[in-house]
Design a protein around this ligand. Structure first.
Ligand SMILES: *Cc1c(COP(=O)(O)O)cnc(C)c1O
Length: 224
C-alpha cells in the first residue's frame, strides 16, 4: 500500500459517512495524486485555476474537481466547462460571472458562499449581512445557472482549539440561518465545508459535512 493510500484509509476511518472528503492536491504532481485516485478517491481540491485546468486535462474524467481558493472573475471561463464545486464565492459580481459562464456551457454550477470567520485580516469571504442582502435581491434569485449549495470557511491559523471551535460554531450558525431564511424548501442547500488537515476532527464535531484535507494525505508541500 502506498503512503497516500494509507493516509486516506486512516482519515476515512475517522470520518462519518455523511462527510465528504476533498483531497487537496495543490502543488502535488499527477503521479502522486493518482495514488489517491487508485485508492478510490474521486473528490480533489485545487486553489489555482491554471493548475486545476492542467490536471483536469491529464487525469481521469470521473474526478470531481473542487476550486477551493480565491477565484478571479476573469478566470471563471477556464473552469466553467468542468468544475464540480466552487467553494470561494465571496462577492455578488463573482456569483453573476459564474452564472454567465455556466449558461455559456449549458450547465448549472454548484457553489458555496465563503464566509470570513478567522481573526486574520487576509482571509476572503462575506460577512453575514452582506450575503443576506445579496440573497434577498430579485436579480440573484432569478439566476438559473448557478446554485448555492452551502457555505465554506477557514478557521484562524492557530493552535488555540477553543478559538477554532468557536469559529466553526459561528460558521455553522451562519449556515443554519441562511438555510432557514433563504433555502428552507431547497434540500440541495446542505453543504458545510470546513476543516483542514489540522482541524478536520474538530470541524466534524461542529457539524462539517465536507472537509478539505491536503498535507495529512499527501505530506507537506512547499509554501503555496
Ligand atoms: C490548502 C488548503 C486546504 C488544505 O490544507 P491542509 O492544511 O494541507 O490540509 C484546505 N482549504 C483551503 C482553502 C486551502 O487553500
Amino acid at each position: 500500500m502506498t503512503f497516500v493510500a494509507q493516509q486516506l484509509e486512516h482519515i476515512r476511518q475517522e470520518l462519518p459517512n455523511h462527510v465528504t472528503l476533498v483531497a487537496v492536491s495543490k502543488t502535488h504532481p499527477v503521479e502522486l495524486i493518482m495514488q489517491a485516485y487508485e485508492a478510490g478517491q474521486r473528490h480533489f481540491g485545487e486553489n489555482r485555476v491554471q493548475e486545476m485546468v492542467a490536471k483536469h486535462a491529464e487525469m481521469p474524467k470521473d474526478i470531481c474537481w473542487h476550486l477551493i481558493g480565491h477565484l478571479q472573475r476573469n478566470k471563471v471561463c477556464e473552469i466553467a466547462p468542468f468544475v464540480h464545486l466552487i467553494h470561494g464565492i465571496d462577492s455578488e459580481r463573482l456569483l453573476l460571472e459564474v452564472d454567465k459562464q455556466a449558461a455559456l456551457n449549458h450547465r448549472i454550477i454548484d457553489v458555496l458562499l465563503q464566509f470570513h470567520i478567522a481573526s486574520e485580516e487576509t482571509k476572503f469571504g462575506f460577512e453575514l449581512e452582506e450575503a443576506e442582502t445579496m440573497l434577498a435581491s430579485e436579480q440573484i434569485k432569478r439566476l438559473a445557472n448557478v446554485r448555492a449549495v452551502g457555505v465554506m470557511g477557514m478557521a484562524s491559523f492557530t493552535n488555540n482549539t477553543i478559538q477554532v471551535r468557536q469559529e466553526f460554531r459561528q460558521l455553522k450558525s451562519i449556515y443554519d440561518s441562511l438555510k432557514q431564511h433563504f433555502f428552507a424548501d431547497q434540500s440541495h442547500f446542505s453543504t458545510l465545508s470546513m476543516g483542514m488537515s489540522g482541524d478536520y476532527a474538530l470541524a466534524v464535531e461542529e457539524g462539517s459535512t465536507m472537509v478539505r484535507v491536503g498535507s495529512a494525505i499527501f505530506g507537506q508541500r512547499d509554501f503555496h
